[in-house]
Ligand binder design. Sequence first.
Ligand SMILES: [Fe+2]
Ligand SMILES: [Fe+2]
Length: 356
Amino acid sequence: MGGTEEFLSVRAESFQQTAYQHKWLATNRVRNRSQVNPTFIVKSVKGMSMTSAVLEEVCTTTANPPEELRSRLLAKGDKLQMVPDVAMKALALAKDPRCSIAEFTSVVERDVKLAADILKITNSAFYGARHPILNLRQAVVRLGFAHCRNVILAASLGSMMKRMPLSEAWLQTVLWRHAVLTGTLSVKLNQTLKLGFDGEEFTAGLIHDVGRSLIGVVAPNHLSAADPLDFEESPEMLLRERDILRTDHCELGAWFMAHSKLPSTLVEVVKFHHNPVGATKENVKLVALTAVADDMANYLQRSDTADGYDPESNFALDVLFGGDPARRRQFVTEAVDMMELVSREANSTNQPFGLS
Ligand SMILES: [Fe+2]
Ligand SMILES: [Fe+2]
């Protein structure tokens, strides 16, 4: 057997194995498939003969999403501009040690909506400002340039997520709510457990699933088959996406974030939020925090309540708190209270943070 015939046979075997793998993963209650050695999964599935080609195809993702999907994304042009030009300029300025507050605010003020969104975020309940921040100058003085960079990213990316040109409005509502819940839970976790982040945790939570929205934009006819939006975000969901689209929402989102020249930290959050151990040492804590918050947000959206949530079931817990048993215990004790608080606050408004 060779050539085309062999290729088709490998493809057929690959699909069969994928189905077996779904079943194996479900039977063994594996929450994070990527943490399991693929060879182990495959060897554990009865009656299968392996070839390296099949392993390669089923168990790993490619470096880039398929060319067709990338072209469709790029064809959307300005409709998918992640960060407007003014915000990009302000982000670069805020990194320059010679930049003055006056220079920075004069650039941001050129985009009225961006300036308004920054004030809405910094004055939101989640930021816990004791006195209202009335203007950009005050925001920079109180928060500092580094934090302001993160708020600019949150305002720009949040706004983009909310304007994503999806075919059906309800998809946007559901995914936006998931983004806001994950972002606000990340802020709450950072504050409560004193994890030391400076605003980047909110941006990371907001953007982590951007790939799901992008699938809805470039492959709307396949979205429901690839992603049932059931708030499971299980390993099976990634496998299904790869079967149907030859990529998954982590890979597609990360590719587009990198193409849009967004910080590599956020690219890693998008790429590894279902597999935090894959992130670089530098970013693994933020990626794990996002994954922990994602798990909590999914539970809230599945159950509509924090009741019954088992913090020990959170698959990213050990990555975030592996070397820190005291914080781990605090998380287990306070997780449900944090979820209840965030859920109440998120339910109190239809427009979290007023981003439009
Ligand atoms: Fe996800
Ligand atoms: Fe998610």
